[in-house]
Design a protein around this ligand. Structure first.
Ligand SMILES: [Fe+2]
Length: 232
């Protein structure tokens, strides 16, 4: 288990190479055809108390804490997608991290002042190594909205961070149709034309039996050694 600041660049390089990570060479920038996913702030609730106590690698089921007598509260949803570089090539061996609130809108984090109850059966974050095709998947619950200073509410969202040598992309995924989306201060910072890349419609989970509880969220990261994300 690691959290930000504990993983040295050398360790990340070793882990990534061991996992067979593929990175774009510097000279591919001229041929870029995929735009980097709009980035968003990490926020104050990265990781949590539960996940500091247990290994996280390939923990992609947030609905069930190992050994717990029951699953988390809330509507079960599935997330999945592909991580690509700016040439649209799959990035295998990248770590996709997610963290989110439980169904009440509470994070399991010491800094969360929200008085809403914690769900002790929910695992508030997870991580997954992308496969040969750069794909990842998670099973989780649809998070609740939560208050922030100033009397505002954050619309339901899931934080994403993709780590491939460097922490190259941090962003947030949103749910189409949420009434709070139009008022959300952070989503509002993204240009209108780009917001559709972060706001996801539900779709049918691949290989499932018709449930409309799947959210496909592809992520395009910058190339190793470059900061190609556009601010603003
Ligand atoms: Fe958040």
């Amino acid at each position: 288990m690691f959290h930000r600041g504990q993983l040295s660049r050398r360790t990340m390089l070793r882990n990534a190479l061991a996992a067979g990570a593929v990175f774009a060479a510097p000279n591919i920038v001229r041929g870029a055809v995929c735009d980097v996913t709009p980035k968003q702030v990490e926020g104050p609730f990265y990781m949590n108390d539960y996940d500091r106590k247990a290994p996280m690698v390939n923990n992609n089921d947030l609905t069930q804490i190992p050994g717990a007598e029951r699953a988390a509260d809330g509507e079960v949803i599935y997330l999945g997608g592909q991580v690509t570089d700016i040439e649209c090539k799959p990035v295998k061996g990248a770590t996709v991290e997610i963290w989110q609130s439980c169904v009440t809108g509470r994070y399991a984090h010491l800094r969360d002042p929200n008085p809403a109850p914690i769900d002790p059966y929910f695992r508030y974050s997870g991580e997954f190594l992308t496969d040969e095709e750069g794909r990842y998947s998670f099973k989780t619950i649809r998070p609740g909205p939560y208050p922030i200073p100033g009397g505002m509410m954050r619309t339901p969202h899931i934080h994403f961070r993709v780590v491939a040598l460097n922490p190259v992309l941090t962003t947030q995924m949103y749910f189409a149709g949420e009434p709070l989306n139009d008022k959300d201060i952070l989503l509002g910072h993204v240009a209108k034309a780009e917001q559709k890349r972060l706001v996801v419609e539900p779709s049918t989970r691949p290989g499932s039996y018709g449930e409309e509880n799947y959210y496909a969220f592809d992520l395009t990261i910058g190339s190793f050694g470059f900061s190609l994300q556009r601010d603003g």
